[in-house]
Design a protein around this ligand. Structure first.
Ligand SMILES: Nc1ncnc2c1ncn2[C@@H]1O[C@H](COP(=O)(O)OP(=O)(O)O)[C@@H](O)[C@H]1O
Ligand SMILES: [Mg+2]
Length: 269
């Protein structure tokens, strides 16, 4: 049975699109047929991060409006088998995504895919609500700072009251915490919240901790999801995250400051 997973946060700029690209790619690497759907109408960040912006012909809104079918709009990734992207439209019309239209597209996708990863726009208005409405699971993407945690808490309330599962009294949306841009040095200096702080406030299951990493910018500049950079800390943290998402028990890494050995302290590095 296909699963719909929304990557959401409330706050913008926390790493939703980075995470949608990485996690969707990771699921496909594990052999699951996966579609990443860009709900951020007007922005179209996902296809840039996935490096397929020049291959966009039709988009999500075209499919909803019947101007193209899913086969025409889905972009097949050239690196990873079983991975597809449904790009967002560049239209300014934020109401282009109707509930009926989105439901039709997601129902069609469910017939053919194992996972549908929905990259949500920021905020708690119509666009973000649409991205989470049909979700079975939510990856609540949060930075270790108070404003981000507060917005994530709001999104948790919305998942529990305004999702389809909530409205229909079904089993609630399964919520996961993904802590991104985590910087253990800054946590040690008291400039950022720790994993424990954030977990205490949000009280949901911890799916992953992604370190603040230069590899993320390098990856997005080269149109490659960072999870494909498996030598990088962020790439490895996303690989762990995807393994946990599919039920594997994996220890957490990159949570504390790497203690420098004597030689490194003397010679740097
Ligand atoms: N782990 C990370 N380390 C460093 N920079 C990151 C990390 N995750 C995201 N970023 C950067 O943060 C910015 C916002 O990321 P993005 O995924 O577009 O967020 P959102 O979709 O939530 O708006 C981008 O410039 C991205 O490169
Ligand atoms: Mg985004």
């Amino acid at each position: 049975m296909a699963k719909i997973i929304v990557v959401t946060s409330g706050k913008g700029g926390v790493g939703k699109t980075t995470s949608s690209a990485a996690i969707g790619t990771g699921l496909a690497l594990k052999g699951y047929k996966t579609a990443i759907v860009d709900f951020d109408i007007g922005l179209r960040n996902l296809d840039l991060i996935m490096g397929c912006e020049r291959r966009v012909v039709y988009d999500f809104v075209n499919v909803i409006n019947g101007e193209a079918n899913l086969k025409q709009a889905l972009i097949k990734d050239k690196r990873v088998d079983k991975l597809f992207i449904l790009p967002a439209s560049q239209t300014r019309d934020k109401d282009a995504l109707t509930k009926e239209g989105v439901e039709r597209v997601l129902t069609d996708l469910k017939k053919d895919f194992d996972f549908i990863v929905c990259d949500s726009p920021a905020g708690i208005e119509a666009g973000a609500l649409m991205a989470l409405y049909f979700a079975d699971e939510a990856i609540v993407t949060t930075n270790p700072e108070v404003s981000s945690v507060r917005d994530s808490d709001r999104i948790l309330g919305i998942l529990q009251s305004k999702s389809k599962r909530a409205e229909e009294g079904l089993e609630p949306v399964k919520e996961h915490l993904l802590l991104t841009r985590y910087n253990p040095e800054r946590v040690e200096r008291g400039e950022m919240l720790s994993v424990e702080d954030v977990q205490d406030i949000l009280a949901i299951d911890l799916l992953g901790v992604i370190p603040e990493s230069k590899a993320v910018l390098n990856a997005s500049n080269s149109g490659q999801p960072v999870i494909l950079d498996s030598d990088s800390d962020a790439g490895q943290a996303y690989l762990d995250t995807v393994s946990r998402l599919v039920g594997e028990q994996i220890d957490f890494r990159f949570l504390s400051v790497e203690k420098k050995g004597l030689l490194k302290r003397i010679f740097g590095g």
